[in-house]
Design a binder for this molecule. Structure first.
Ligand SMILES: CCCCCCCC/C=C\CCCCCCCC(=O)N[C@@H](COP(=O)(O)O)[C@H](O)/C=C/CCCCCCCCCCCCC
Length: 227
């Protein structure tokens, strides 16, 4: 097993035979590194998201519409970071300040900036709440708990309120095909169930902190309903 360094969005990818996958503890580390301490460093935040996307990809084609939407959003933000104003996209805080000061955000209705950084990150931010709720359910679940039920409950309590009927229908349909809890634990690739539960505990704390800081920033600038 070897570790390969990817230069663009700095990250280590674990290479095993032909398969490329990421340990979920590495994903957790990315979110940990993104906290600085009351700002969110975009580079690590986006690397964490890339890890989550790899995870969804490993669940099969049925979940492809979810991972491709998340990937599209990550790529929009990576493009900003690699663009002429890249230095303004170092943290979520600097991005918000830059885009608002330069009127680069469609605040009330979609107009000339349908893919602003603020709007794009808001979609990922909302999905982080789902992730926090889902991972917390997974952490406290028992052997016979159903991942589809945990996922549906977390979705209905968070992301669902932001999705139109058709997206909800597709998401709820896909959840029925989630692997069982034991399989899920294996895919997480961190070791025995006790270790998985520990990693999940750490993940929930970190993700809720990243969520809290972003939420406060978006509330302060009245950005929670960007179209
Ligand atoms: C510690 C490691 C364990 C990780 C295990 C979980 C890995 C999955 C992580 C995150 C997946 C969620 C990504 C969803 C992004 C959705 C963003 C969004 O809301 N997009 C909609 C709005 O965008 P705009 O149209 O306004 O541009 C878009 O309409 C949505 C399209 C696709 C459907 C999204 C369904 C979301 C379901 C969330 C649950 C994912 C379940 C994955 C299985 C574990």
């Amino acid at each position: 097993m070897t570790y390969r360094f990817q230069a663009k969005e700095q990250c280590f990818v674990c290479v095993h035979s032909a398969a490329v996958y990421r340990r979920s503890s590495e994903v957790v580390d990315c979110f940990k590194m993104s906290l600085s301490p009351n700002q969110i460093i975009l580079e690590h935040y986006l690397t964490g998201w890339r890890g989550l996307i790899k995870f969804i990809d490993s669940l099969g084609k049925l979940f492809g519409f979810i991972s491709s939407d998340a990937l599209k959003k990550v790529e929009i933000l990576v493009r900003f970071r690699n663009g002429d104003n890249g230095s303004e996209y170092t943290t979520v805080q600097s991005m918000v300040q830059f885009e608002l000061q330069n009127e680069l955000v469609d605040v009330n209705k979609t107009g000339i900036y349908p893919e602003s950084g603020c709007r794009t990150l808001l979609r990922l931010h909302r999905a982080l709440k789902w992730l926090e709720l889902f991972l917390d359910r997974l952490r406290t679940s028992t052997e016979d708990s159903k991942t589809s039920v945990m996922c549906t409950e977390a979705y209905n309590a968070s992301l669902a309120q932001h999705h139109p009927w058709l997206v909800k229908k597709a998401a709820l349909g896909a959840f029925r095909f989630l692997p069982q809890r034991s399989e899920f634990f294996k895919i997480m690739n961190v070791g025995p169930p006790e270790k998985v539960v520990a990693v999940l505990g750490e993940a929930v704390v970190l993700i809720s902190e990243v969520y809290r800081i972003t939420e406060e920033l978006y509330v302060k600038h009245n950005l929670l309903d960007l179209p």
